[in-house]
Design a protein around this ligand. Structure first.
Ligand code: PHE
Length: 357
């Protein structure tokens, strides 16, 4: 009987599927199975033998039956696991057929600007969008109560009542990155800092969030002439046309002295924006020689070092270059607009391969 038991327990353990298991069941404990045949032999035994063998045969039958049902549920579990593994579905995927995305004009233009300035030896720096009062204003020679603070339409972060430290701000320009880059690397330095900036303003050419690129070049003998060359060179490369016309206007920024704003000749005729023609001027950047106090705030000795800085509006440049008449549409996330004005992900702007195609 021990041999019988071992034979069927092993067979059950080795069964590959439910039908093999059923064959084993019939063969072992079915009506004409081996255990049933043994039970039939009970009639020929003495009452004493029967008393021993009867319960043992019943126990064997029970044991085989329960081994079979345990194996059955193990096989069912394994089959379910296998199904779960093979029928896996990512329910977060879009149910609609996939369409190819596009590169947003802001990203494209940022890449173009970066490629042009990289060619002139500028590397890229970054700073936080939530900025302290010190970096956004004081360090840039804009002390508290300076009238320039009003001109910025600043968004202020929350401060709890009773906390009278100056609140942080959503940076109103990328100029704080001048300070951060100088603190981190010192002079000489040549960096640009592209990024988001915020001002409370909204019309055809203004949105409360927009993009600037800061430029900063500090060395021993950098002058206003270097600034002018750099910006003209930039505009010619960026607009990919020869008849770009710039206008340098004397201006004032607390963080530069002297200061100049730069306008670009353009036309709005027929609602279509064109560069290098017409009688309109679009302001695209502010610039100047970095104020000695700014260098001092960043721990750079103004008696040894000097240089220029500028802040370019990326969104304005994108509108001008690609003839996009309304800035607000840039940030509406309208797929039709994105498909119309977006760029192919494979057209990476480089100076050698061409900026835009
Ligand atoms: N930060 C100025 C602005 O946002 C632009 C600027 C940058 C002007 C650097 C001069 C030098 O208006």
């Amino acid at each position: 009987m021990d041999d019988l038991r071992q034979k069927y327990i092993d067979a059950v353990a080795g069964a590959a599927d439910e039908s093999a298991l059923e064959d084993i069941r019939v063969q072992a404990v079915g009506k004409k199975g081996e255990v049933a045949l043994k039970m039939r032999e009970l009639g020929k035994m003495t009452p004493e033998e029967r008393q021993v063998m009867g319960p043992r045969l019943n126990a064997l039958k029970d044991e085989i039956n329960s081994a079979i049902s345990a194996k059955k549920s193990a096989l069912a579990d394994a089959a379910l696991d296998e199904r779960l593994r093979t029928e896996w579905l990512d329910v977060t995927l879009s149910g609609r057929p996939e369409r190819r995305g596009t590169i947003h004009p802001i990203s494209q233009v940022t890449e173009e600007i970066t490629a042009i300035f990289a060619d002139m030896g500028f590397s890229v720096a970054e700073g936080p969008q939530i900025e302290s009062d010190w970096y956004n204003f004081d360090a840039l020679n804009i002390p508290p109560h300076h009238p320039a603070r009003q001109e910025f339409d600043t968004f202020y972060m929350h401060r709890d009542a009773g906390d009278d430290r100056p609140p942080h701000v959503l940076r109103t320009h990328t100029s704080p990155v001048q300070i951060r880059a100088l603190e981190a690397h010192g002079a000489p330095i040549r960096v640009i800092a592209p990024g988001r900036v915020y001002r409370s303003d909204y019309d055809q050419t203004h949105t409360p969030m927009f993009h600037q690129v800061e430029g900063l070049a500090i060395d021993k003998d950098i002058s206003m002439a270097n600034l002018k060359w750099c910006l003209e060179e930039f505009c010619r490369a960026f607009f990919e046309v020869d008849n770009v016309e710039l206008r340098f206007r004397a201006s004032h920024f607390p963080f530069t002295e002297p200061s100049a704003e730069v306008d670009l000749r353009c036309s709005w005729a027929g609602g279509q924006l064109k560069v290098g023609e017409g009688d309109d001027w679009m302001e695209i950047l502010g610039s100047g020689m970095v104020h000695p106090k700014v260098l001092q705030s960043a721990g750079v000795d103004p008696d040894k070092w000097q240089g220029f800085a500028f802040g370019l509006g990326i969104d304005r440049l994108a509108m001008l270059k690609y003839g996009i008449p309304d800035l607000r549409a840039f940030f509406d996330s309208d797929l039709r607009w994105l498909r119309h004005y977006g760029f192919s992900a494979l057209d990476v702007p480089t100076m050698r391969g061409g900026l835009s195609r």
